[in-house]
Ligand binder design. Structure first.
Ligand code: CA
Ligand code: CA
Length: 155
């Protein structure tokens, strides 16, 4: 028998997220099937009225780490998400709102701003932990949009 939470997830995924996107709580996420730079990834997400993923709570952080570790369509690549310290070195913000990143999942020793040039946020397999990386690296990325169906169930 399905738990109500699982049933909610199944229904939300069927009713709320586009094909190929995965549902978690009230969001839909797309793990890219091609690699590109952070700016191009952000532009690509916007074509879906989405943005690079901004997991703001522990549940979402853990979910995206699990996706990168588990069922990611691309192997042997890291995945950009929507954080950066492009404006003020060392001040990590979600780029769409400039809100400070409060829940983090940094790998040991990160962020290290290697070469004074690492200003974009990525999730690294196989651990699912975070690293700061050059924004020009060609790699995978994760888009995020609201799940309108889940929103309507919640509120
Ligand atoms: Ca930096
Ligand atoms: Ca780094």
């Amino acid at each position: 028998m399905l738990s109500s939470e699982l049933l909610h997830d199944v229904m939300a995924n069927r009713r709320g997220c586009p094909s190929g996107w995965v549902s978690h709580t009230n969001k839909c996420y797309l793990l890219s099937s091609f690699t590109t730079s952070w700016p191009t990834a952000e532009s690509y997400c916007r074509t879906f009225s989405a943005k690079l993923a901004e997991p703001m709570d522990q549940s979402s952080v853990n979910f995206l780490s699990g996706e990168v570790k588990g069922s990611a369509p691309l192997k042997n690549t890291n995945y950009y998400i929507g954080g950066g310290d492009l404006f003020v070195e060392g001040e990590w913000i979600w780029m769409s709102t400039q809100a400070p990143i409060s829940v983090t999942n940094w790998n040991t020793g990160e962020p290290n701003d290697l070469g004074g040039q690492e200003d974009c946020l990525e999730i690294i397999p196989p651990t699912g932990l975070w690293n700061d990386i050059l924004c020009s690296v060609q790699q995978g990325f994760i888009c995020e949009m609201d799940n309108e169906y889940a929103q309507s169930l919640i509120g």
